[in-house]
Write a protein that binds this ligand. Structure first.
Ligand SMILES: *Cc1c(COP(=O)(O)O)cnc(C)c1O
Length: 429
């Protein structure tokens, strides 16, 4: 494949945008080559400015569950656009989208819309702290909750559970309230509770982790987490910005029996427009401004165009619940195909699927947490990614990301991707 125009576009972008991108992972730093610049999407395909066409397994990192340019969503957006882009005043479409979410999620009585997943989680944490009157929070190493200060914390070294900031510019004074635990390891959470002097406001978790590759939480682990939180008056937050409407219609909550106190959403609820949301019981949400004292606001929050896109997408999902069976079957077929291709050339690989989410690691042992994920063969992944891209298969450009199937991803596209995996693995083994 030729990438000349994209390479030139990247160089030009580099001069005026740091790293040439507006979100770091897009820069292809973890893989070989430079990022294709995208001209347009077509259902399950992505087309770049050099005229290459790819089968898209990124789908804008999750939001596009119906693929690119879905006619129903497009129509809803165009309708809204013609009425005005933003009013900064209440509209009925916000209530309509809120009603959809409240009826779907048992743990949500009320929901507040924001403009990104980062904002949703940041605001949920503030509300949890305001509600409990405590500052300390627990997060899991390898879980991503957006780039707000208290959540941008990497693994502390050795036994220390108190977090160190993972970026310059984040004061240690802020992250000292973020305690780190190990995913799927309840003892590490108990240690955080023991280490916290004043008590823990909330434990935040991706119930199906998608930002260290796809690493689902064990059901027993989530149950123990629930019990522990209840015993300490600590709120349990499920960050379902990625898994919401992806793992199932109800996200992870359609799979596990464990009920969180608060939920954060994003990605699919905006269908490709900037939307995030956080919700909880009426009692907890009553602490939020203007009902309560915990401040949170946004000029473009509940933007009518974005809300219309989300509403059209959720309505379509609810009207076609069988879509999740199809998406899940295709995700399974793809992962079984990749696994067979890897077996054929004796390359170790482990795979997993949750609804329309899929993940694979070049590793010979099951991945239960971030340390396991770190052991994957990243050089092999980089070569695999490049070989697949050259064969027209667009995979996330990092071994720590989740892949997505859209309703526009056909069985024939899955077959093409599996064929490309065989060829690529044979070439790079
Ligand atoms: C993507 C993501 C976020 C951040 O959302 P943005 O819209 O990128 O700010 C937060 N939490 C999880 C689990 C995510 O996958």
């Amino acid at each position: 494949m030729a990438y000349e125009k994209s390479i030139a576009a990247f160089e030009e972008a580099y001069k005026v945008i740091p790293g040439g991108v507006d979100s770091p992972v897009r820069a292809f730093s973890g893989v070989e080559g430079t990022p294709p610049f995208i001209e347009r999407g077509e259902g399950g395909y992505l087309c770049d400015i050099d005229g290459n066409r790819y089968i898209d397994f990124v789908q804008s990192w999750g939001p596009l569950i119906f693929g690119h340019c879905d006619a129903d969503i497009e129509a809803a957006v165009m309708d809204a656009v013609k009425k005005g882009l933003s009013f900064g005043a209440p509209t009925t479409v916000e209530t309509a989208l809120a009603e959809e979410i409240v009826t779907l999620f048992e743990s949500i009585d009320k929901v507040r819309f924001v403009s990104s997943g980062t904002e949703a989680v940041m605001s949920a944490i503030r509300l949890a702290r305001g509600f409990t009157g405590r500052d300390d929070i627990v997060k899991f190493t390898g879980c991503y909750h957006g780039h707000s200060d208290s959540l941008l914390v990497q693994a502390g070294s050795g036994a220390a559970t108190f977090g160190n900031p993972s970026s310059p510019g984040v004061p240690a004074d802020l992250t000292k309230h973020t305690l780190l635990a190990t995913y799927n390891d309840i003892e590490s959470v108990k240690q955080c509770f023991a280490d916290s002097k004043e008590g823990i406001a909330c434990v935040i978790i991706e119930p199906i982790a998608g930002n260290m590759g796809l690493v689902p939480a064990d059901e027993s682990f989530l149950q123990e987490l629930r019990t522990l939180c209840d015993a300490h008056g600590t709120l349990l937050i499920f960050d379902e910005v990625m898994s919401g409407f992806r793992a199932s219609l109800k996200g992870a909550q359609g799979i596990t029996s464990v009920k969180p106190d608060m939920v954060t959403l994003g990605k699919v609820i905006g269908a490709g427009m900037p939307v995030g949301a956080f919700g909880a019981s009426a009692e907890i949400m009553a602490h939020l401004s203007p009902e309560g004292p915990v401040y949170q606001a946004g000029t473009l929050s509940g933007n009518p165009v974005a809300m219309s896109a989300g509403l059209a997408s959720l309505k379509k999902l609810k009207a076609n619940p069988a879509v999740y069976v199809e998406l899940g079957n295709r995700a399974k077929k793809l992962m079984e195909g990749f696994k067979k291709a890897a077996d054929a050339v004796n390359v170790p690989m482990v795979t997993d699927v949750r609804g329309s989410m899929f993940g694979f690691f070049f590793s010979d042992k099951p991945v239960k947490n971030f340390a396991d994920a770190m052991e994957n063969d990243q050089k092999m992944f980089a070569k695999f990614h490049k070989g697949m891209l050259d064969r027209g298969i667009y995979l996330a450009c990092s071994s720590f990301e989740t892949g997505f199937i859209s309703a526009a991803t056909t069985d024939a596209m899955i077959d093409d991707a599996i064929k490309a995996a065989y060829e690529t693995l044979k070439e790079i083994q």
